[in-house]
Design a protein around this ligand. Structure first.
Ligand SMILES: [Zn+2]
Ligand SMILES: [Zn+2]
Length: 199
C-alpha cells in the first residue's frame, strides 16, 4: 500500500499512499513528481509534510495538490530559503501556495499525527491507522535527526524521544518509515538505535 521513492537530493524518502480514491504524498522530494505520475497518473494529491526542510518538499510546486498539511510552527520556514535550507543548496525560489496550507489537526481519517519537536520546532510524525508511522527527520532506523540546524533543540528532541520510546514500547509492531534510510520495526529501534538505548 505504501510506495517509496528515494530522491536524488540527500537520499530523502518520499512515500505515496493510495487510500480509496485519494492519493497521499508524504514529503515529496526532488524528482518525486515523475514517480508519482507513473504511479497514479495526473491525479490531484494531498501532501503531508513532516517538516519544512527543502529536501522534503522540493517537488511540491510541480505537483497538483489540494492541500498541504504542515504544523503551524513550520510555515515560516516553508517560505524562508535560509530556514528551509534551500539557500545553501541553490534552491531559493521554491515556494508553496499558502492558501492551500492545512493544519494537521484537520487531517482526514485514518490519519493522525504526533508533534515531535527537536529537529525543527514543528516536526511531526504521521500515523496511519494500520500500524505505520512516518517519522521524517525525527527518528531514523539507527539514528535521530540533527538538532544543530535553525530551530533545532536538543532539549526538545530529548523530550520527544522519551515520549516516542513509550509509544514504541506500546506499539512494538509498528513500521517506522523515516525521511532518510531504511524502515524498521519499533521494537527493533528500541533495541538497536543507540539514541533510544541510552534513554
Ligand atoms: Zn530535516
Ligand atoms: Zn531530511
Amino acid at each position: 500500500m505504501v510506495k517509496r521513492f528515494v530522491s536524488g537530493l540527500l537520499d530523502e524518502n518520499t512515500y505515496i499512499v493510495e487510500l480509496q480514491d485519494r492519493v497521499f504524498v508524504i514529503d515529496p522530494g526532488e524528482g518525486a513528481e515523475n514517480f508519482i505520475v507513473k504511479l497514479v497518473g495526473q491525479r490531484k494529491v494531498t501532501v503531508l509534510l513532516t517538516h519544512a526542510h527543502i529536501d522534503h518538499f522540493c517537488a511540491l510546486q510541480r505537483l497538483d495538490y489540494d492541500c498541504v498539511y504542515l504544523h503551524a510552527l513550520e510555515k515560516e520556514s516553508l517560505l524562508s530559503p535560509e530556514k528551509h535550507l534551500g539557500y545553501y543548496l541553490g534552491l531559493e525560489t521554491l515556494s508553496a501556495e499558502s492558501d492551500k496550507l492545512c493544519s494537521p489537526d484537520s487531517l482526514p481519517e485514518p490519519w493522525k499525527y504526533i508533534h515531535t519537536p527537536g529537529h525543527t520546532p514543528g516536526s511531526v510524525c504521521y500515523e496511519l491507522e494500520d500500524g505505520i508511522l512516518f517519522t521524517g527527520d525525527t527518528v531514523f532506523s539507527d539514528s535521530v535527526g540533527r538538532t544543530d540546524l535553525p530551530g533545532g533543540s536538543t532539549i526538545e528532541m530529548q523530550k520527544t524521544l522519551i515520549s516516542l520510546k513509550k509509544y514504541f514500547a506500546e506499539n512494538p509492531d509498528i513500521r517506522v518509515l523515516p525521511g532518510h534510510g531504511p524502515e524498521a520495526k519499533a521494537s527493533k529501534i528500541l533495541v538497536s538505535n543507540p539514541f533510544f538505548r541510552g534513554l
